[in-house]
Design a protein around this ligand. Sequence first.
Ligand SMILES: Cc1ncc(COP(=O)(O)O)c(C=O)c1O
Length: 378
Amino acid sequence: MKLFDVYSCYDINLVNGKGMKLSDDKGNQYLDFYGGHGVISIGHSHPHYMFRIENQLHCLGFYSNAVKNELQEKLACKLGQLSGYDEYNLFLCNSGAEANENALKIASFHNQKSKVISIKGAFHGRTGGALSITDNPKLSSEFNAKHNVVFIEMNDTEGMLKELEAGDVSAVIIEGIQGVNGVFEPSVDFLKATKSACEQNGALLILDEIQSGFGRSGKFFAHQYSGVKPDIITTAKGMGNGFPIAGVLISPEIKSWKGMLGTTFGGNHLACAASLAVLETIEEEKLLSNSVEIGKYLIEKLKDNKAIKAIRGKGLMIGIDIENMSEIRTKLLKEHGIFTGSSGQNTLRLLPPLSITKEEADQFIEAFNCVLASTCAA
Ligand SMILES: Cc1ncc(COP(=O)(O)O)c(C=O)c1O
């Protein structure tokens, strides 16, 4: 059997990872400024992560939600403590898209409405509902395109209030920081005005923190820079450091009922052990402040390079606008062994593990300046 050919990927067979470093089957070394798409939060093969998962595997790898799972309660408790959302309730699932599907469904169950407001350029995943709120028609099949969704510009407060005034909106969904669209943030005023208009018009505010959450922005969730409390928050990527796990944090105002949601694999024993290890490491190694510190350092050191048109982001979610981005990205990988991400045509996206050191940041800065000099001189 062959693989269904849907990914354009590098012909590199990675076989080892440690912290920020990766190596392939030919012995080539790499530095991971991509974090496997923002997933690696505490670093590859972190000893505490390996200990927790291995230990759990010796006890019990999996049982379904037909039985009580104390690890889920421990995870909810730790997540509540570190995120500051102690009073919220947690539903565990397996991927970002699934978390968003559940968030939309919870909102619709709660207020019995179906219309959703999403933001232009948004990416929320590739399942039916998640695709309908994603602003990219190329990804959407006829089957997914039937939902009642309107897209408004990021930070268009007037447009948002006008849409909400009709009173027929179930939910507004906004990324904590837009990732796929080029690292763009909702403004504090926009989030505040949207939240209060949601309250007035019986809609729920969902913050998609799938990429920007779990410390990536330097706060536990990126929207916490605004002081706004959403009704629902979705999280995934960094939550398991590579082990598939996702969560929906739900305001206590929203009531559950037996059978309302469900999943076979969601919140299984191994996944909970992985995520607990992530949270314990974030706390123990103070990775939120490291994210702020190294993120600021990178921006400070890079911003004066004349070849950079714009640089933005929070913590370790950084977008750099440059001409010939794709060529620069390839050179970083081929000539310097550095993985980076991209957004759109012109934005290089940095999503390194939160455990990155200053020395590793310096390695990137040196390589990046060198590539920019050779590309711009050519
Ligand atoms: C903001 C955001 N939401 C949702 C998703 C979908 O997550 P998953 O690929 O785990 O379904 C992504 C993935 O890149 C994302 O960046």
